[in-house]
Design a protein around this ligand. Structure first.
Ligand code: CO8
Length: 264
Protein backbone atom coordinates (compact mmCIF):
# COMPACT_ATOMS: atom_id res chain seq x y z
CA UNK A 1 0.00 0.00 0.00
CA UNK A 2 1.36 3.39 -1.02
CA UNK A 3 1.48 6.04 1.71
CA UNK A 4 -1.18 8.67 1.06
CA UNK A 5 0.70 11.02 3.33
CA UNK A 6 4.41 11.08 4.22
CA UNK A 7 5.70 12.50 7.47
CA UNK A 8 9.29 13.53 8.11
CA UNK A 9 10.90 15.27 11.04
CA UNK A 10 14.03 17.36 10.79
CA UNK A 11 16.16 16.24 13.71
CA UNK A 12 18.08 19.53 13.81
CA UNK A 13 15.19 21.99 13.72
CA UNK A 14 12.40 19.83 15.14
CA UNK A 15 10.12 20.87 12.27
CA UNK A 16 7.72 18.19 11.01
CA UNK A 17 6.67 18.06 7.37
CA UNK A 18 3.49 16.29 6.30
CA UNK A 19 3.49 15.71 2.55
CA UNK A 20 0.29 14.81 0.74
CA UNK A 21 1.16 12.09 -1.72
CA UNK A 22 -1.91 10.91 -3.58
CA UNK A 23 -1.39 11.28 -7.34
CA UNK A 24 -2.73 12.64 -9.55
CA UNK A 25 -4.13 15.59 -7.58
CA UNK A 26 -4.18 14.86 -3.79
CA UNK A 27 -7.94 14.92 -3.80
CA UNK A 28 -9.49 14.34 -0.39
CA UNK A 29 -11.07 10.91 -0.30
CA UNK A 30 -12.26 9.42 2.99
CA UNK A 31 -8.94 7.59 3.30
CA UNK A 32 -6.93 10.71 2.46
CA UNK A 33 -8.78 12.76 5.09
CA UNK A 34 -8.14 10.04 7.66
CA UNK A 35 -4.47 9.80 6.70
CA UNK A 36 -4.01 13.56 7.15
CA UNK A 37 -5.67 13.47 10.57
CA UNK A 38 -3.58 10.49 11.64
CA UNK A 39 -0.39 12.23 10.54
CA UNK A 40 -1.25 15.44 12.43
CA UNK A 41 -2.09 13.46 15.58
CA UNK A 42 1.18 11.54 15.38
CA UNK A 43 3.18 14.74 15.12
CA UNK A 44 1.20 16.42 17.90
CA UNK A 45 1.84 13.48 20.22
CA UNK A 46 5.54 14.37 20.21
CA UNK A 47 5.82 17.13 22.82
CA UNK A 48 9.16 18.40 21.54
CA UNK A 49 7.68 19.32 18.16
CA UNK A 50 6.23 22.83 17.85
CA UNK A 51 5.73 23.37 14.15
CA UNK A 52 4.51 21.64 11.06
CA UNK A 53 4.71 22.24 7.33
CA UNK A 54 1.91 20.92 5.12
CA UNK A 55 3.15 20.22 1.60
CA UNK A 56 2.47 18.19 -1.52
CA UNK A 57 4.70 15.72 -3.34
CA UNK A 58 3.01 16.56 -6.66
CA UNK A 59 4.69 19.16 -8.87
CA UNK A 60 1.69 21.28 -9.89
CA UNK A 61 -1.00 20.59 -7.33
CA UNK A 62 -1.22 21.27 -3.60
CA UNK A 63 -4.65 19.65 -3.25
CA UNK A 64 -7.54 19.56 -5.74
CA UNK A 65 -10.16 19.65 -2.99
CA UNK A 66 -12.67 17.00 -2.11
CA UNK A 67 -12.49 13.83 -4.13
CA UNK A 68 -15.50 14.42 -6.33
CA UNK A 69 -16.02 10.70 -6.83
CA UNK A 70 -16.95 10.55 -3.11
CA UNK A 71 -19.89 12.84 -3.91
CA UNK A 72 -21.04 10.93 -6.98
CA UNK A 73 -23.82 8.37 -6.45
CA UNK A 74 -22.66 8.00 -2.86
CA UNK A 75 -23.35 5.29 -0.33
CA UNK A 76 -25.09 7.01 2.60
CA UNK A 77 -22.91 5.50 5.33
CA UNK A 78 -19.67 6.23 3.50
CA UNK A 79 -20.83 9.78 2.70
CA UNK A 80 -21.50 10.38 6.41
CA UNK A 81 -18.06 9.06 7.33
CA UNK A 82 -16.48 11.05 4.53
CA UNK A 83 -17.87 14.40 5.66
CA UNK A 84 -17.10 13.55 9.29
CA UNK A 85 -13.47 12.93 8.34
CA UNK A 86 -13.33 16.21 6.40
CA UNK A 87 -14.73 18.10 9.43
CA UNK A 88 -12.10 16.30 11.50
CA UNK A 89 -9.28 17.87 9.48
CA UNK A 90 -10.76 21.27 10.33
CA UNK A 91 -10.65 20.44 14.04
CA UNK A 92 -7.19 18.92 13.86
CA UNK A 93 -5.47 21.40 11.59
CA UNK A 94 -7.30 24.69 12.24
CA UNK A 95 -7.23 23.93 15.95
CA UNK A 96 -3.77 22.36 16.13
CA UNK A 97 -1.47 23.22 19.02
CA UNK A 98 1.31 23.28 16.43
CA UNK A 99 2.32 26.27 14.38
CA UNK A 100 1.32 25.25 10.87
CA UNK A 101 2.76 26.52 7.61
CA UNK A 102 1.25 25.70 4.21
CA UNK A 103 3.75 25.15 1.39
CA UNK A 104 1.48 25.76 -1.59
CA UNK A 105 3.53 24.84 -4.65
CA UNK A 106 0.52 24.27 -6.89
CA UNK A 107 -3.26 24.54 -7.31
CA UNK A 108 -5.37 24.78 -4.16
CA UNK A 109 -9.06 24.99 -5.10
CA UNK A 110 -12.00 24.52 -2.71
CA UNK A 111 -11.10 22.06 0.04
CA UNK A 112 -7.46 22.47 -1.05
CA UNK A 113 -7.83 26.12 -0.12
CA UNK A 114 -9.44 25.00 3.15
CA UNK A 115 -6.28 23.07 4.05
CA UNK A 116 -4.23 26.21 3.42
CA UNK A 117 -6.67 28.40 5.38
CA UNK A 118 -6.41 25.97 8.29
CA UNK A 119 -2.70 26.70 8.62
CA UNK A 120 -1.22 29.71 10.40
CA UNK A 121 0.86 30.98 7.48
CA UNK A 122 0.71 30.41 3.73
CA UNK A 123 3.62 30.44 1.30
CA UNK A 124 2.65 30.02 -2.35
CA UNK A 125 4.55 29.49 -5.56
CA UNK A 126 4.85 32.75 -7.48
CA UNK A 127 2.98 33.06 -10.77
CA UNK A 128 5.62 35.30 -12.35
CA UNK A 129 6.75 34.02 -15.73
CA UNK A 130 4.41 31.06 -15.63
CA UNK A 131 2.04 30.43 -18.54
CA UNK A 132 -0.35 28.53 -16.28
CA UNK A 133 -0.02 29.95 -12.79
CA UNK A 134 -1.36 27.96 -9.87
CA UNK A 135 -4.61 29.20 -8.38
CA UNK A 136 -6.21 29.21 -4.96
CA UNK A 137 -9.72 30.02 -3.78
CA UNK A 138 -13.19 28.74 -3.07
CA UNK A 139 -14.75 27.92 -6.44
CA UNK A 140 -17.75 25.98 -5.09
CA UNK A 141 -20.46 28.32 -6.45
CA UNK A 142 -19.10 27.88 -9.97
CA UNK A 143 -19.84 24.18 -9.57
CA UNK A 144 -23.32 24.92 -8.22
CA UNK A 145 -22.43 23.74 -4.74
CA UNK A 146 -21.83 25.79 -1.64
CA UNK A 147 -18.94 25.85 0.81
CA UNK A 148 -20.01 24.85 4.33
CA UNK A 149 -20.42 27.81 6.69
CA UNK A 150 -17.31 26.95 8.72
CA UNK A 151 -15.19 27.06 5.59
CA UNK A 152 -16.89 30.28 4.49
CA UNK A 153 -16.03 31.82 7.86
CA UNK A 154 -12.40 30.75 7.56
CA UNK A 155 -12.35 32.72 4.33
CA UNK A 156 -14.07 35.77 5.83
CA UNK A 157 -11.84 35.68 8.90
CA UNK A 158 -8.72 35.51 6.73
CA UNK A 159 -9.37 37.99 3.90
CA UNK A 160 -12.20 40.13 5.27
CA UNK A 161 -15.86 40.38 4.45
CA UNK A 162 -15.76 42.23 1.11
CA UNK A 163 -13.11 40.12 -0.60
CA UNK A 164 -14.73 36.96 0.79
CA UNK A 165 -18.15 38.01 -0.51
CA UNK A 166 -16.70 38.58 -3.96
CA UNK A 167 -14.66 35.40 -3.90
CA UNK A 168 -17.47 33.19 -2.61
CA UNK A 169 -20.22 34.62 -4.79
CA UNK A 170 -18.21 34.46 -8.00
CA UNK A 171 -16.36 31.25 -7.13
CA UNK A 172 -13.03 32.98 -7.78
CA UNK A 173 -9.79 31.08 -8.13
CA UNK A 174 -7.01 33.62 -7.57
CA UNK A 175 -3.64 33.64 -9.25
CA UNK A 176 -0.77 33.96 -6.76
CA UNK A 177 -0.18 37.72 -7.08
CA UNK A 178 -3.87 38.42 -6.55
CA UNK A 179 -4.04 35.97 -3.65
CA UNK A 180 -1.17 37.86 -2.04
CA UNK A 181 -2.82 41.23 -2.67
CA UNK A 182 -6.03 40.21 -0.83
CA UNK A 183 -4.17 38.47 2.01
CA UNK A 184 -5.23 34.95 1.06
CA UNK A 185 -1.56 33.94 1.09
CA UNK A 186 1.25 35.61 2.99
CA UNK A 187 4.23 35.24 0.68
CA UNK A 188 5.16 34.22 -2.86
CA UNK A 189 8.44 32.53 -3.74
CA UNK A 190 9.83 30.68 -6.79
CA UNK A 191 8.73 27.06 -7.03
CA UNK A 192 12.03 25.54 -5.92
CA UNK A 193 12.00 27.64 -2.74
CA UNK A 194 8.47 26.98 -1.50
CA UNK A 195 9.30 24.03 0.75
CA UNK A 196 12.57 25.38 2.17
CA UNK A 197 10.99 28.80 2.87
CA UNK A 198 8.06 27.10 4.61
CA UNK A 199 10.43 25.04 6.74
CA UNK A 200 12.44 28.14 7.66
CA UNK A 201 9.22 29.96 8.57
CA UNK A 202 8.21 26.97 10.70
CA UNK A 203 11.47 27.31 12.65
CA UNK A 204 10.62 30.95 13.39
CA UNK A 205 7.09 30.12 14.58
CA UNK A 206 8.38 27.19 16.61
CA UNK A 207 10.53 29.55 18.67
CA UNK A 208 7.58 31.61 19.94
CA UNK A 209 6.60 30.48 23.45
CA UNK A 210 4.10 27.73 22.65
CA UNK A 211 1.43 28.46 25.27
CA UNK A 212 1.22 32.14 24.37
CA UNK A 213 1.18 31.32 20.67
CA UNK A 214 -1.61 28.76 21.06
CA UNK A 215 -3.69 31.02 23.30
CA UNK A 216 -3.44 33.73 20.64
CA UNK A 217 -4.46 31.34 17.90
CA UNK A 218 -7.47 30.22 19.92
CA UNK A 219 -8.49 33.83 20.52
CA UNK A 220 -9.21 34.04 16.81
CA UNK A 221 -10.39 30.48 16.17
CA UNK A 222 -11.96 28.88 19.25
CA UNK A 223 -15.50 30.22 18.81
CA UNK A 224 -15.58 28.90 15.24
CA UNK A 225 -14.23 25.49 16.28
CA UNK A 226 -16.70 25.27 19.17
CA UNK A 227 -19.56 26.16 16.88
CA UNK A 228 -18.83 23.33 14.48
CA UNK A 229 -18.31 20.94 17.40
CA UNK A 230 -21.80 21.87 18.64
CA UNK A 231 -23.43 21.57 15.19
CA UNK A 232 -21.35 18.79 13.69
CA UNK A 233 -24.22 16.40 13.13
CA UNK A 234 -26.54 19.03 11.60
CA UNK A 235 -23.70 20.08 9.32
CA UNK A 236 -23.30 16.48 8.19
CA UNK A 237 -27.08 16.06 7.71
CA UNK A 238 -27.20 19.24 5.62
CA UNK A 239 -24.25 18.15 3.51
CA UNK A 240 -25.78 14.72 2.82
CA UNK A 241 -29.18 16.06 1.89
CA UNK A 242 -27.55 18.66 -0.36
CA UNK A 243 -25.26 16.22 -2.15
CA UNK A 244 -27.77 13.41 -2.59
CA UNK A 245 -30.35 15.78 -4.10
CA UNK A 246 -31.03 15.02 -7.76
CA UNK A 247 -29.98 18.45 -9.00
CA UNK A 248 -26.65 18.28 -7.18
CA UNK A 249 -26.07 14.77 -8.52
CA UNK A 250 -26.57 16.03 -12.09
CA UNK A 251 -24.07 18.82 -11.53
CA UNK A 252 -21.51 16.47 -9.97
CA UNK A 253 -21.97 13.98 -12.76
CA UNK A 254 -21.39 16.68 -15.39
CA UNK A 255 -18.38 18.08 -13.56
CA UNK A 256 -16.74 14.67 -13.27
CA UNK A 257 -17.19 14.13 -17.00
CA UNK A 258 -15.77 17.56 -17.84
CA UNK A 259 -12.72 16.88 -15.65
CA UNK A 260 -11.89 13.55 -17.25
CA UNK A 261 -12.62 14.84 -20.79
CA UNK A 262 -10.18 17.72 -20.39
CA UNK A 263 -7.22 15.60 -21.45
CA UNK A 264 -8.49 14.39 -24.82
N1 CO8 B 1 -11.74 14.81 -7.31
C1 CO8 B 1 -11.56 13.68 -8.03
N2 CO8 B 1 -10.80 13.61 -9.13
C2 CO8 B 1 -10.20 14.73 -9.55
C3 CO8 B 1 -10.35 15.95 -8.87
C4 CO8 B 1 -11.17 15.97 -7.69
N3 CO8 B 1 -11.36 17.09 -6.97
N4 CO8 B 1 -9.63 16.89 -9.51
C5 CO8 B 1 -9.06 16.27 -10.55
N5 CO8 B 1 -9.39 14.98 -10.58
C6 CO8 B 1 -8.94 13.95 -11.54
C7 CO8 B 1 -9.32 14.28 -12.98
O1 CO8 B 1 -10.61 13.83 -13.27
C8 CO8 B 1 -8.26 13.55 -13.76
O2 CO8 B 1 -8.63 12.20 -13.81
P1 CO8 B 1 -8.27 11.27 -15.10
O3 CO8 B 1 -6.78 11.24 -15.14
O4 CO8 B 1 -8.91 9.98 -14.77
O5 CO8 B 1 -8.88 11.97 -16.27
C9 CO8 B 1 -7.03 13.64 -12.87
O6 CO8 B 1 -7.52 13.93 -11.55
C10 CO8 B 1 -6.06 14.74 -13.25
O7 CO8 B 1 -6.77 15.97 -13.34
P2 CO8 B 1 -6.38 17.10 -14.38
O8 CO8 B 1 -6.03 16.51 -15.69
O9 CO8 B 1 -7.47 18.12 -14.34
O10 CO8 B 1 -5.04 17.67 -13.68
P3 CO8 B 1 -4.34 19.09 -13.91
O11 CO8 B 1 -3.01 18.95 -13.29
O12 CO8 B 1 -4.48 19.54 -15.31
O13 CO8 B 1 -5.22 20.12 -13.05
C11 CO8 B 1 -6.44 20.80 -11.10
C12 CO8 B 1 -5.24 20.04 -11.65
C13 CO8 B 1 -6.31 22.29 -11.41
C14 CO8 B 1 -6.49 20.58 -9.61
C15 CO8 B 1 -7.74 20.29 -11.79
O14 CO8 B 1 -7.75 18.87 -11.74
C16 CO8 B 1 -9.01 20.77 -11.19
O15 CO8 B 1 -9.40 21.92 -11.39
N6 CO8 B 1 -9.70 19.89 -10.41
C17 CO8 B 1 -10.96 20.18 -9.81
C18 CO8 B 1 -10.79 21.07 -8.65
C19 CO8 B 1 -12.10 21.40 -8.01
O16 CO8 B 1 -12.97 22.05 -8.57
N7 CO8 B 1 -12.27 20.93 -6.77
C20 CO8 B 1 -13.45 21.17 -6.05
C21 CO8 B 1 -13.82 19.95 -5.31
S1 CO8 B 1 -15.30 20.26 -4.40
C22 CO8 B 1 -14.79 20.77 -2.91
O17 CO8 B 1 -13.68 20.61 -2.49
C23 CO8 B 1 -15.89 21.46 -2.18
C24 CO8 B 1 -15.83 21.54 -0.65
C25 CO8 B 1 -17.20 21.85 -0.09
C26 CO8 B 1 -18.28 20.98 -0.72
C27 CO8 B 1 -19.65 21.17 -0.15
C28 CO8 B 1 -20.64 20.32 -0.93
C29 CO8 B 1 -22.06 20.56 -0.51
Amino acid sequence: DKDLVLTSIDGDTGVATITMNQAPVNSLSLEMCQAITTAIKEVESQPEIQSLVLASSLPGVFCAGLDITELHKPDEKRLTDFWHSFQQIYFDLYGSRLATIAAIAGHAPAAGCMLALSCDYRIMVSGAGSKKPSTIGLNETKLGIVAPSWLGYQYIDTIGQRQAELGLSLGLLHQPEQALAIGLVDELVPREEVLSRAQAEAVKWGKIPAKARLASKMLARKARLDHLAATRKEDNDFFRSFVTNETAQKIIDGYLQSLSKKKS
